[in-house]
Design a protein around this ligand. Sequence first.
Ligand code: FES
Length: 241
Amino acid sequence: MTTPGLDPFGSEHSTAGADLLVADLNDPIILGRLAALAAKRGVSLVRIADLGEPSDAQPPIAIVVDIGSPGAIDRIGTWCRRWPSTLVAGSISFPDQERWHGALAAGASLVASRGAFVAQLERALEARSGGRGRDAAITRLPVRLMLREGDGLVGRLPDAPGGSIVVMRVAGRLHAIRDECPHAGASLADGTLDGPIITCPRHGSQFDVTTGARERGPSDFPIRTYRVASGEDGVFVEVPT
Ligand code: FES
């Protein structure tokens, strides 16, 4: 087992072809536990700075991030869009509800306090196809669309993995978003939609449902979006499982 305080990454590590557990945090206690977890699972623990450019065909199995670090929420959104099958998990070392909601709304599959973080990460990896993110699947969740004309809410997936998702129609196109305001967790389905902009019913934050971008605070963070697929067999929202 790696001793906290020593370099948990080792002096040399080859990541070519390996399953990667990527650390975007500096907490030595967590890094020591991650090193032990990586050894147990036979994957390579690498720093985010050493990640390079992994191919889209072999995304990291997981990226772990200190959500209290500057720009963490934006990075979570970027990774979730690029590698939807990667388990993105956030550790937080102080109570901050907005960052907690922000990380989940940006697409993190898991947010946990520092002390419980690695144990919860291990359980989440176990739950994913034997713990191998490479094998993690994108699940297509069928949506039964409401019969209504024009723009607005047309579908709900309250039991989607990771949290409720709603489907909005904007200018004839369907867009799926996580139904949780990053500011304090209000349901965005209860908000008002004007063009692509949804206004949170609780404190008025605004988001673009076509991109997830935050347009107005008090939320500091964007919302998670999901791909919607339509075909002869129906309408589906694609979510990582
Ligand atoms: S909960 Fe949405 S703006 Fe506060």
